[in-house]
Write a protein that binds this ligand. Sequence first.
Ligand SMILES: [Zn+2]
Length: 238
Amino acid sequence: MTAPRILRPQGSGRFVFFCDHASNYVPAELRDLGLPASELARHIAWDIGAAGVTEALSEIFDAPAILCNASRLVIDCNRHLNASDLIPEVSDGTVIPGNLHLSEAAKATRRERWFHPYHDAVEAVLLERETRGVQSIAVSVHSMTASLAGKPRPWRIALSSHLDRSLADPVLAALRRPGDVVVGDNQPYGLDPEVDYSIPFHALRRGLPHVQVEFRQDEITETTAQRQWALRFAQTLM
Ligand SMILES: [Zn+2]
């Protein structure tokens, strides 16, 4: 298993999709990080449904997509390398036994095997397009839980943005136009360049147009629903 899964690297679409939390895979040598399967199935291990939405978006636009093949409990590819929760010891109240008291060598192995190859793959796709003179619009795909601390989340889809709202604003307007769903604007999560890594590193640094989207997990558990939401979101990007 390699860190990045790359779809349509030569795709002709304007967008480049990436999915930091696409998988709940834990390599065998990490022995499930000491967690039961029930914990590894939860959102703490991955963004449920986000991979399917990303695959559909890549297909709809004939656009490259890069998905990370490792659980964010192995290493969180949307965190800076010096972040305390890069390899989380606790996530949403669950202690991650396999992440406690890690040696520097063990942490380095995680970075070298999963973090760097994934981000290198995103870089390679973006650089290759730059070389060909092809403009890229970066789209970071995530999913969020339906509730937090027992409180239901009203937003079925949400965008996270920072200072540059040049793409977020028209996409938000288009998502809201039918009037049938509550759309989050920096709710429940904003885009914080000090905390988030992928959009700041790949898009803000280059001045690329970008959007970070969160789909609510209960909306995208099934393949059909993933495709429907991908289509709906895609229409706002067209
Ligand atoms: Zn995520």
